[in-house]
Design a protein around this ligand. Structure first.
Ligand code: PLP
Length: 417
């Protein structure tokens, strides 16, 4: 499908009808930036209900790793759905869940044997890590970062640190959560441990190797090794939240591999099953020592999602991780050129196809101008999302082509001039 191709004013008449119905019945807590009503898609192209075609650089918030409805993923889903849709891995055994766990255990960083717990979403995977960290260590406290986003359930929300709105009105939150600054020096841990947080009471440190919602922030090379060293010194578990950065998006299967650090636990969701709900917590086998009944999920690791994930891994390993590196470099060069040419753009950053640029007015970060640019791109047929205070994020499917990257950069250049 060629894109962009705009046939109507936006929203078109059918989209406007759907949105009016949505407003009457759907929770107002969602954050729709512009009136896109999706109908179907292929690769990085999405068609709306009025036949308008968009270049999709959101991938459904970094989820459709292999693009919209990749034929190999669809085939795996259809084949599995015809055989067995659900049986519950909590109480029974079935092949796709075991096969996927074997694959994840083999792929996760570190040579020691691994075990896997399956959930349905990123937040559920973080909840599992939080519970397991407390259970395994017997300790009461955890540490997370300012700027972090780990999800919307109570535990995951309590770890968050990106927007006060996420917590506003929802207290009381989980107690015993301390925060450090992302990319802080080692001394910040010393201060935390000597003032308010005895390190021998800390079960785990939760870190996004690249902060997602907080602004696609890549830490300096020394930060994650510092966190690893702190964890080793105090027997604290290091939990890598790779819900957004995992699955080849950064040009390696897991973003933490760029930093030469092996986490004790790794959380995956979003891109793992190309759009079907699935989350996976992978840990060293000796950490997953909770007894039967202590944690489980009815739907987690359902056979259809597991087959979609196996097909997703095949595609990423066969071709899309290499594509993420090549197209990521093209995108990086284009964003650097835009930052050079347009005074409104600054700080191009990221790894692979996890990239962002900030929008400023003068020296001031401008969320208003960022939103205006994202809206203007939508009206030219390019789908984008914001991140951080005034960032625009670029997280297309890993199958994005050179022509699509060039077209997206051209549209962004047009709106800023
Ligand atoms: N962790 C990270 C890094 C995320 O980006 C997100 C979602 O954006 C989550 C956790 C929560 O995932 P979910 O929305 O699937 O619960």
């Amino acid at each position: 499908m060629d894109a962009p191709r705009l046939l109507t004013a936006l929203p078109g008449p059918k989209a406007a009808e759907w949105i009016a119905r949505d407003l009457r019945v759907i929770s107002p807590s969602y954050t729709r930036g512009y009136p896109l009503v999706a109908s179907h898609g292929a690769g990085c192209v999405l068609e709306d209900v009025d036949g308008n075609r968009f270049l999709d650089f959101t991938a459904g918030i970094a989820v459709n790793a292999t693009g919209h409805s990749h034929p190999e993923v669809v085939e795996a889903i259809v084949d599995q759905a015809a055989k067995l849709i659900h049986m519950s891995g909590t109480d029974f055994y079935y092949g796709p869940e075991i096969e996927l766990a074997e694959r994840l255990a083999a792929l996760a960083p570190g040579s020691e044997p691994k075990k896997v717990f399956f959930a349905n979403s990123g937040a559920e995977t973080i909840e599992a890590a939080l519970k397991l960290a407390h259970h395994h260590t017997g300790r009461q406290r955890v540490i997370s970062c300012y700027g972090a986003f780990h999800g919307r359930t109570y535990g995951a929300m309590s770890l968050g640190g990106s927007k006060a709105l996420h917590q506003h009105g929802f207290g009381p939150l989980l107690s015993g959560v301390h925060r450090i600054h992302f990319d802080c020096p080692a001394e910040e841990f010393d201060e935390l441990f000597s003032t308010v947080c005895p390190p021998d009471e800390v079960a785990a440190i939760f870190i996004e190797p690249i902060q997602g919602e907080g602004g696609y922030r890549v830490p300096s090379p020394g930060f994650l090794p510092i966190v690893r060293e702190v964890c080793d010194r105090h027997n604290i578990l290091l939990v890598a939240d790779e819900v957004q950065s995992g699955m080849g998006r950064t040009g390696k299967m897991f973003a933490i591999e760029h930093f030469g650090v092996v986490p004790d636990m790794l959380c995956l969701a979003k891109g793992i099953a190309s759009g079907l709900p699935l989350g996976a917590l992978i840990t060293r086998a000796n950490i997953m020592d909770w007894p039967p009944g202590s944690h489980a999920s009815t739907f987690g690791g359902n056979p259809v999602s597991c087959r979609a994930a196996l097909a997703t891994f095949d595609l990423i390993e066969r071709q899309y991780m290499a594509n993420a590196v090549a197209r990521g470099e093209q995108l990086a060069a284009g964003l650097a050129e835009l930052a050079e040419r347009c005074p409104e753009f600054t700080r191009p950053r990221g790894l692979g196809l996890m990239r962002a640029i900030d929008v400023v007015e003068g020296d001031r970060p401008s969320p208003e101008l960022r939103n205006a640019f994202v809206d203007a791109c939508f009206h030219r047929g390019l789908l984008l999302l914001g991140c951080g205070t005034s960032g625009i994020r670029f997280c297309p499917a890993l199958c994005v082509t050179a022509e699509q990257v060039a077209a997206a950069l051209a549209i962004l250049g047009e709106v800023a001039t």
